[in-house]
Design a protein around this ligand. Sequence first.
Ligand SMILES: C[S@@+](CC[C@H](N)C(=O)[O-])C[C@H]1O[C@@H](n2cnc3c(N)ncnc32)[C@H](O)[C@@H]1O
Length: 277
Amino acid sequence: MATGLAMNRCSISLIRTADTLLNRPTVSVVRSLKLSRRLIGNCSMATAPFVVADDEKYGNKQVISLTPRIYDYVLSNVREPKILRKLREETAKMRGSQMQVSPDQGQLLAMLVQILGAEKCIEVGVYTGYSSLAVALVLPESGCLVACERDSNSLEVAKRYYELAGVSHKVNVKHGLAAESLKSMIQNGEGSSYDFAFVDADKRMYQDYFELLLQLVRVGGLIVMDNVLWHGRVADPMVNDAKTISIRNFNENLMADERISISMVPIGDGMTICRKR
Ligand SMILES: C[S@@+](CC[C@H](N)C(=O)[O-])C[C@H]1O[C@@H](n2cnc3c(N)ncnc32)[C@H](O)[C@@H]1O
């Protein structure tokens, strides 16, 4: 049986029972999570993983391992604007360049902004501006991105690129601690007026940023959280440093948060897309 994760015997047999009762083949076994939850009863769903397909020929639906070759192929299929490439190449020579989002992530952020038809956006954690520029480039002329960053040196690079790209009129740079900037935006009556937010700053503040952004984003708007896989450490029970625990707890909270719909996407270091309900 092809499984995304190993499934316990109790779950499998009960789900098979469900399939028999419904007179259907045990193909996509957990089609109805509600049904399986009812039938599983005492078996813990907290640890019971999902079986996606019952047929080897369709693969096990895990994310394929991105070998360097496959990732190169992914990158060769990213339409990275020249100005973003230039910024990426300049940033590559700087300290902290590993913090920058990857071109495929930048493209996804831009795509989400376009799908939403977003006009008002927020970024928490700008660094030299790659992700914020990716967003600003696709905003309409009337659009605005509030870009929060505490480091003045990296902000200088970001501002130079906003100018070079001809989007500086769309970017409102807030130099300082991001939580303070977000709180003052709420106090200014800007609640529920933003369409899109991207968070890529200090990990131990994720829950605080999320709570503040949930006040600033409108119903139907998106909050995208970066680094939710934390280089895979969140999934390793042996890793329990403060940052890993913080992101792991944050992910758990998102999973239980009824105020949003979520989708954890294994791109870059993992991004969770949250849609405010
Ligand atoms: C991972 S980098 C952001 C990378 C950026 N999104 C990009 O694609 O290039 C995180 C940034 O968050 C900033 N930062 C960390 N803590 C912050 C805080 N409390 N307030 C504002 N900025 C913060 C850091 O200075 C750093 O530049």
